[in-house]
Design a binder for this molecule. Structure first.
Ligand SMILES: Cc1cc2nc3c(=O)[nH]c(=O)nc-3n(C[C@H](O)[C@H](O)[C@H](O)COP(=O)(O)OP(=O)(O)OC[C@H]3O[C@@H](n4cnc5c(N)ncnc54)[C@H](O)[C@@H]3O)c2cc1C
Length: 337
C-alpha cells in the first residue's frame, strides 16, 4: 500500500477541478482497504470513485481512498437470468458494454453514464426510464469504523429518486466493495417509452430493436445532448428534478401554461429542473471560464480551470433565482465537497 502526499485531483474528477488531496491511496484489493481502514479510520477519510458526481470546492484535508477494485464474474445463472458480481472500481459504462457483448439485458438504457459500479447504488443511477434498483440484487460493503463486511439487499438500500441509505442514514459509514446485478439472458424487457429513444430507432430504421440497438440509441442521444467531460468539465445533471404538490403545480401552470411535468403520484408532480433553469435565463450563460451548458441547462460546466467555489456560487445563484421566480427549491444532485 502506497500513500502519497499532496496529490492533484484534477484528473480524478470529471469537472476537472484542480483541488489537492492531503494524501492519496489507490485501493486495489479488499484486504488493502481493510488494512488502511484499520490503521487510519480515526483520521479524516474521503472516498473517491470515478469522480463524476462531485464538485470539489476546496482542497481535501483527508486521506483520499481511490476505490480501484477490479473484477467481473458470473456467480449464478438460470436458463433466462444471470447474476453478475462486479467489483466497485469497474467503470460503469465498460460494464454495460461487457453485458451487451454477452447479450445480458437490463442495463442498456443506462449506457454511457460515467463513474464506477460501486458508486451506482449510492444515488441509484437512472436514465431513460430505468434505475439501478430495477436490476440490483445486493451489494457488499465494508464498515469504515470496525471493518466488518455487510451485504445490503435492495430493501436495505432504501432506494429512491437519486437516493439511497448510503446518502442518508448511513452516509460515510460504509464503502461499497462489490455489487451483484440480476440481468436477463433472453426475453429481454425493452424500455422504449422515452420519445427520444423511439425517434432514434426510427431514424436508424430499426423496428425490432435488440438491447444492443437500445444502447446505441441511448449513446447517440446522450452524445448529442451532454458535453463529454473529456472535452468540457462537468458532472452531468447538477440539480435534481423537483417534486412538488399537485396544488402547487396547478398554481405554477396558471402562470406558465407550457410547463412540462411527470406525474409521480396523485399528489405529487415532477417538474424538469432544466426547464425552470432555462426559463430563468441561465441556459448557455457563460461567466469567464465556467457557466451553464448551451444544450442542457441542467449541466454546469468548467470551460477552463475554473474553481469549484466559483461554480458553486453559480449553482447557489440559480437556486435562488428559481426559488424567487417559481417558488420551487431545487436540490443539487452533485455532491458538493
Ligand atoms: C456527463 C455525465 C452524465 C451523467 N449522467 C448521469 C445519469 O444519466 N444518471 C445518473 O444517475 N447519474 C449521471 N451522472 C452522475 C454520475 O455519473 C453518477 O452519479 C455515478 O454513479 C457517480 O460515480 P462515481 O464513481 O464517479 O462517483 P464519485 O463522484 O467518485 O463519488 C460520488 C459519491 O459517492 C462516494 N463514493 C464513491 N465511491 C464509493 C464507494 N465505493 N462506496 C461508498 N461511497 C463511495 C463519494 O465519496 C461521493 O460522495 C452523470 C455524470 C456525468 C459527468
Amino acid at each position: 500500500m502506497t500513500i502519497t502526499n499532496n496529490v492533484s485531483l484534477k484528473s480524478f474528477n470529471t469537472f476537472g477541478i484542480d483541488a489537492k488531496a492531503k494524501s492519496f491511496c489507490d485501493i486495489t484489493s479488499v484486504k488493502t482497504l481493510r488494512n488502511v481502514l484499520r490503521e487510519q479510520y480515526s483520521n479524516p477519510l474521503f472516498i473517491l470513485g470515478g469522480g463524476s458526481n462531485m464538485l470539489l470546492t476546496k482542497d481535501i484535508d483527508a486521506l483520499v481512498l481511490h476505490i480501484n477494485l477490479k473484477g467481473i464474474e458470473v456467480v449464478d445463472e438460470t436458463e433466462s437470468t444471470v447474476i453478475v458480481k462486479a467489483m466497485a472500481g469497474e467503470n460503469w459504462h465498460q460494464f454495460v458494454l461487457w453485458s451487451l457483448e454477452h447479450n445480458y439485458g437490463g442495463i442498456e438504457n443506462l449506457s454511457l453514464i460515467p463513474g464506477n459500479i460501486g458508486t451506482a447504488p449510492i444515488q441509484n443511477i437512472g436514465a431513460y426510464g430505468v434505475e439501478l434498483k430495477d436490476i440490483f440484487l445486493n451489494c457488499e460493503a465494508i464498515n469504515v469504523k470496525d471493518q466488518s463486511i455487510r451485504t445490503f439487499t435492495k430493501a436495505d438500500c432504501n432506494f429512491g429518486y437519486r437516493e439511497s441509505v448510503f446518502k442518508q442514514k448511513l452516509k460515510g459509514e460504509y464503502i461499497i466493495t462489490s455489487v451483484n446485478l440480476q440481468l436477463t439472458k433472453s426475453n429481454h424487457k425493452l424500455h422504449m417509452d422515452y420519445g427520444a429513444i423511439k425517434n432514434e430507432l426510427i431514424i436508424s430504421k430499426i423496428d425490432t430493436p435488440t438491447i444492443q440497438d437500445i444502447s446505441k440509441a441511448v449513446i447517440s442521444i446522450r452524445q448529442s445532448k451532454l458535453p463529454d467531460p473529456k472535452e468540457i468539465g462537468n458532472s452531468g445533471s447538477f440539480f435534481k428534478n423537483p417534486i412538488i404538490s399537485a396544488d402547487q403545480f396547478i398554481q405554477l401552470q396558471e402562470n406558465f401554461p407550457d410547463v412540462p411535468s411527470y406525474k409521480v403520484s396523485e399528489q405529487e408532480i415532477k417538474v424538469p429542473a432544466g426547464w425552470l433553469i432555462e426559463k430563468a435565463g441561465f441556459k448557455g450563460k457563460r461567466f469567464k471560464n465556467y457557466g451553464v451548458h448551451n444544450k442542457q441547462a441542467l449541466v454546469l460546466v468548467n470551460y477552463d480551470d475554473a474553481s469549484g467555489s466559483a461554480i458553486f456560487e453559480l449553482a447557489k445563484l440559480i437556486q435562488k433565482t428559481v426559488k424567487r421566480l417559481f417558488n420551487i427549491s431545487i436540490e443539487t444532485e452533485v455532491n458538493i465537497i
